[in-house]
Design a protein around this ligand. Structure first.
Ligand code: 5GP
Length: 256
């Protein structure tokens, strides 16, 4: 099988030309792969960074019907109280493995300033959420903070798993429990704050919620923390890069 290896004679070949030379990869598929791995069209094989090289190698393995037998990729749920840093850890995972599929949830809450439809959430009215739920389009859903409903669209997750991509769901504790029932192979990770005070400070300083909302989130947080031992693994987020490395490890992603 062809390898994306900077020491090979192929180092000067443009990545799209290399991919296009593989059987079964037309222009459209090549463009999709480049977009998924966030590799520019002009990039040459020998000039890929380590992360892009690893991601490309994973795609090649997968296309050869040959996923890494030693380290299967494990889909993962990242849960934990509001303000604990789930989003930051998820971004760290994506920057290490750009082909990671991070699920975009559907929610009935309104967008906050700066939030983008389809990137942060799919913002839908109650009736549309009802329809998705009724037609089994959601892998799981929950009412969070007693306020709004949030759910994970099923199809994109199933497709990413089929493609052999790492999958990360950033959802609440109840949702995590339901997903485990629907997908027993998924790994449930609970992200813990270094201390209760650190969580209170973090929630106050990010300034995205007013005082009443912060108080509601802290009440939910107390309840969520009491359920942490139902998770497969607990990770304390006192150093983001360590937490990211641990999560990558738990997803079976090599960090050589
Ligand atoms: P926020 O309103 O701050 O964006 O999110 C509130 C909470 O909703 C977060 O704790 C987040 O984990 C949870 N959440 C986001 N998306 C989903 C989802 O698809 N399902 C479930 N169960 N919870 C979600």
């Amino acid at each position: 099988m062809a390898q994306a290896d900077s020491s090979s004679a192929e180092a000067g070949i443009r990545v799209p030309d290399f991919l296009g030379s593989l059987r079964g990869l037309g222009v459209g598929k090549v463009a999709q792969i480049l977009e998924r791995l966030q590799i520019s069209e002009r990039k040459r094989l020998g000039f890929l960074g380590r992360r892009q090289r690893n991601a490309l190698r994973a795609v090649l393995h997968e296309r050869a019907g040959n996923p890494d037998p030693v380290r299967p990729i494990i889909p993962l749920v990242l849960a934990g109280p509001s303000g604990v840093g789930k989003g930051t850890v998820a971004s760290g995972v994506r920057s290490h493995r750009p082909d990671t599929f991070v699920s975009v949830s559907v929610t009935t809450r309104s967008p906050r300033p700066g939030e983008i439809e389809g990137e942060h959430y799919f913002f839908v009215p109650d009736q549309e959420f009802d329809r998705m739920e009724r037609e089994s389009e959601l892998l799981e859903w929950a009412t969070v903070h007693g306020e709004h409903r949030y759910g994970t669209p099923r199809l994109p997750v199933e497709q990413a798993v089929r493609e052999g991509r790492p999958v990360l769901l950033e959802i609440d504790v109840q949702g995590a429990m339901s997903v485990k029932q629907a997908m027993p192979e998924i790994r449930l990770v609970f992200l813990l704050p270094p201390s209760w005070d650190a969580l209170v400070d973090r929630l106050a300083s990010r300034g995205t919620e007013d005082e009443a909302q912060q108080a509601r989130r802290l009440t939910t947080a107390e309840h969520e923390l009491s359920l942490a031992d139902r998770f497969d693994v607990r990770v304390v987020n006192d150093d983001v890069s360590e937490a990211v490395h641990f999560v990558l490890e738990l997803m079976g992603i090599s960090q050589e």
